[in-house]
Design a binder for this molecule. Structure first.
Ligand code: FES
Length: 154
């Protein structure tokens, strides 16, 4: 069941959208903020609350790749793998992250602290290479900066 807090937050944004289905992404983002990821059961609850089918909502969730449909760690690292970042050192950055966290792309650390995911352009090409941890963007990265950045996340 959606919590009262989740319901209230979704209702608060529904007025901004002409159709309930259009509020789908934002509704899922709200619930994801509370639960970290969107299970099948949660997706059905949100769809029912919006008055649309789970299939309709799942199509939206699949299209928008920042809705996590599998469990993720406490913090999600999105590493940009688009062209500017690729040119500016994506390979070194990714190798550092993978070795430091002992995971591959798409995996979560054994302590549940981080999930490492690839992502298309994060919109900060002038600061390439770039990664995002939760809502915080980090640019002009090199492997030497990674340890200090990760230390900020419990
Ligand atoms: S290519 Fe990486 S932020 Fe645009």
């Amino acid at each position: 069941m959606l919590t009262e807090e989740e319901r209230n937050e979704i209702e608060a944004i529904m007025g901004h959208y002409p159709l309930a289905a259009a509020a789908g992404i934002e509704a899922l983002r709200i619930v994801q903020r509370h639960r970290r990821w969107i299970s099948d059961a949660t997706l059905c609850e949100v769809a029912e609350f919006l008055g649309i089918t789970p299939t309709e909502l799942d199509a939206v969730a699949t299209f928008y790749n920042l809705i996590f449909r599998q469990p993720v760690g406490r913090h999600v690292i999105l590493v940009c793998d688009s062209v500017s970042c690729w040119i500016m050192g994506y390979d070194n950055l990714l190798e550092k992250l993978k070795s430091r966290l002992n995971v591959d792309l798409g995996q979560t650390t054994s302590d549940g602290r981080f999930t490492l995911l690839p992502h298309v352009c994060l919109g900060a090409c002038d600061r390439a290479p770039v990664m995002m941890i939760d809502d915080q963007l980090y640019g002009e990265l090199d492997a030497d900066k990674i340890d200090a950045i990760l230390a900020n996340y419990a």
